[in-house]
Each structure stands twice: as C-alpha cells, then as structure tokens.
Design a protein around this ligand. Structure first.
Ligand SMILES: *Cc1c(COP(=O)(O)O)cnc(C)c1O
Length: 381
C-alpha cells in the first residue's frame, strides 16, 4: 500500500519544464519610461512569469502572461507564516545590443537553498534560467541602454496553501517580475554613512540570515529608521560580544586595511551562516584575487570587529570600505557611527569613493556588460 502511494507520487510528479511554456501577450503594452524617470522597483515590464506547484502533481506548465495582480485566499500560508523567498539579479544590454544575465546560476542555487530551508519546492536551475531568459527576451525593449542601466529581475516563491494550520505547504507559486533600473547613484557614486548596530540582531548562528527569505527584512526596518533619525543611511550589523562586523542592510561589507609594512588587506566576513552569500561578494573576491598583486595584497574572509576598525582608523590604517550587492554593485562608505564616535573612512581627494571601490566597480561592469566574455555572463537573445 505504502509503496503504491509512494511510486504513484514519484511517477506523476512533474518537474519544472521550460518546453511546456505557454505565452499570453499583453493587449495593452505600457509606454516605456525615459531613462531619467526610472526609479528602482517602481515600474515593471509588460509581462510576468508564473508557475504553480502542487505537492501531488509537481510543477505545472510555466506561463508568461501580462503583468498583474495575484488572487490568493486570505488564509494562504504566505500571509501568516512567511512562506516567502526571493532573488535579485540583473540583465544588461551590451554594446552589440545583446542582452546578458549576470551569473544567474548562483542566484538559482541560492534560491533553491532558501526554498529547501522553508519547505517550499525546489526546481531545476537551468530550466528556470531558461524561462527567465524567455521573459526577458519578450520584454527586452524595456531594458534601458546606457552605463549603469539594466533590468532588475525579481524571482519570488510563495506558499499558497489555504488554511491556518502551521505545516508544510502543499501548494506554491513561483513568479518572476522585472523592473527597468538606472544607476543606483544618479550622479556617480555617493558615499554613505552607516551606524554600527548591536542592540538589534539581523542574523545569528543556526538562523536563516544566509537565506533570502522575506522574513529577514521586515524586522530590520525599525532599526534602519532609528539609524536614519540620527543621519545614517544604513545599519552596519554587528554580531556577538566581540562586535564582529557582519554586513549592511542588503549589502555585504568590505574593508581595506594598511599594514605597518605597507601591504594591504581586503577583509570581508566569512560565510558562517550569519551573512547572505552575495553574488556580488563572490565576484568581488574572485576579481580581487585575480587582479590584485599578491605581494602587496592579502584577501581575507575573516571576522573583523568594529573595535579593530576604530583602532586602526586611529592609527591611520583604515584605507577604505564599501558595500556590495546587485542593486548598487558597490557602494562606498564614508563614515561609521559607533558608541557615540564617528569613524571617518577615507575617500580619494575630492571624490566619493576609494581607489579599490572604483576599480572593483569597473572590473565587475566589464563582465556585466560583456566587454569581457566569460561564463559569468549569459546571452539571452
Ligand atoms: C541580496 C543581499 C545581499 C547582496 O547579494 P547579491 O547577490 O550580491 O545581490 C547582501 N546582503 C543581504 C542581506 C541581501 O539580502
């Protein structure tokens, strides 16, 4: 009896299958906004991708349809118990007008890890990359042209099981929406001020801070508003009695120190489960290891305390700091408030960035816009 149910379950469970895609085009195409009016995540393309999942049937046929509202039962588990996860990646137009997605395989891997953690269904990464490519290709006229312009892609997975019992979802919806975006800082870089935060904790060992779950973000807004009331744009999240620096709001954190012998060290927190495994973080580390002279540089994934940053600032060994993430790519940091003290982070004279911050930005852009051909960049059209 059991084996019969079991085998039936296996044989009828459909995998995510791009070849089953159904496309319904919009009858009311939207006007495309001029570059100057693009605001991050405020306008969307004509279409969305939607794929339903059911525990007894598996993944249904993927659908690309006009962008529009969802209809869900108010008792759906996403609304009550936060069965929600998301991803963020970008597609870029290169010099030959081809469209390229930047390292989507890493986003899919991370999305599957997030799904696994909250009992939502996993899927074949390559099938979803292909489907996202189909959506991006259909809406490619929305991708703005120009330095710093791109299409932000937001894959999302929610549990849709109706009913108030807390349990494993037997229904889910995966959808993907796209927003045309401009450079994060309209007039070049703008260095930010961070407030080192230890009275609230973003993530902890054994927690889910390394997964892109919606549940990780809502609790961080109150501390961010508190920091904003004191003139800081973001929190620099500390962890533990030593005050280890973990990351910034939605960015990973990098700091550069100078040693007494003149060598430099690029430091970022290790992947110990308390920081998000940023695709940009991984790209920064890979490019730094490739491009920086090992006789002059050490690249470390290690714990660094806020006290080390403050102490080394006092003796002139703090060189620069930046955040990394898909939205801004790199974001220079000019000041860190901690314990009533302002740690000044150096910038280049008359600039809003440090030397490595600028270089890292340029190195990554060469891959994003396909000026350097590599498997980091996937041509869509
Ligand atoms: C998304 C995110 C990042 C950056 O990840 P990328 O893959 O580089 O965009 C960093 N920290 C948090 C908390 C995030 O949500």
């Amino acid at each position: 009896m059991f084996s019969k149910i079991f085998s039936r379950g296996l044989s009828t469970m459909s995998k995510l299958d791009r070849s089953l895609l159904k496309v319904t085009k919009t009858a009311a195409p939207k006007a495309k906004l001029p570059n100057s009016e693009l605001v991050f995540g405020q306008s969307f393309t004509d279409h969305m991708l939607a794929i339903e999942w059911d525990a007894s049937k598996g993944w249904s046929a993927p659908e690309i349809k006009p962008y529009g509202p969802l209809t869900l039962d108010p008792s759906s588990c996403v609304f009550h118990y936060a069965f929600e996860l998301f991803e963020g990646l970008k597609a870029y137009r290169d010099d030959q007008n081809r469209v390229r997605m930047f390292r989507p395989d890493l986003n899919m891997k991370r999305m599957n890890k997030s799904a696994e953690r909250i009992c939502l269904p996993t899927f074949d990464s390559e099938e979803l990359i292909g489907l996202i490519g189909d959506l991006v290709k259909l809406d490619q006229d929305f991708i703005p042209v120009g330095k710093g312009y791109s299409l932000y892609i937001r894959p999302t997975l929610i549990g849709t099981t109706a009913g108030l019992g807390v349990g494993i979802p037997d229904k889910a919806l995966l959808f993907v929406i796209c927003s045309p975006v401009g450079p994060y800082y309209k007039t070049g870089f703008k260095a930010v001020r961070l407030e080192a935060t230890d009275y609230a904790t973003r993530a902890w060992p054994g927690g889910v801070g390394d997964k892109k779950l919606g549940a990780n973000y809502a609790p961080c807004i109150r501390p961010q508003l508190d920091a904003a009331s004191r003139g800081y744009q973001q929190n620099l999240w500390l962890f533990g009695p030593e005050g280890n620096v973990t990351e910034v709001g939605t960015m990973n954190f990098f700091v550069v120190f100078k040693n007494a012998d003149g060598t430099k060290e690029l430091v970022t927190a290790p992947l110990d489960g308390t920081i998000l495994e940023g695709v940009t973080r991984d790209s920064v580390l890979a490019l730094a290891r490739e491009k920086l002279n090992p006789a002059e540089w050490t690249i470390s994934e290690r714990y660094c305390t806020i006290k080390e940053i403050a102490d080394r600032s006092d003796i002139g060994e703090l060189v620069e700091a930046f955040g990394s993430g898909t939205a801004a790519v790199v974001s220079p940091i000019k000041e860190i408030g901690w314990n009533g003290k302002q740690i000044q982070v150096p910038l280049l004279p008359n600039e809003q960035f440090g030397e490595l911050t600028k270089n890292v930005n340029d190195w990554i852009a060469d891959y994003q816009y396909g000026r350097i051909e590599s498997d980091w960049s996937r041509i869509v059209n």
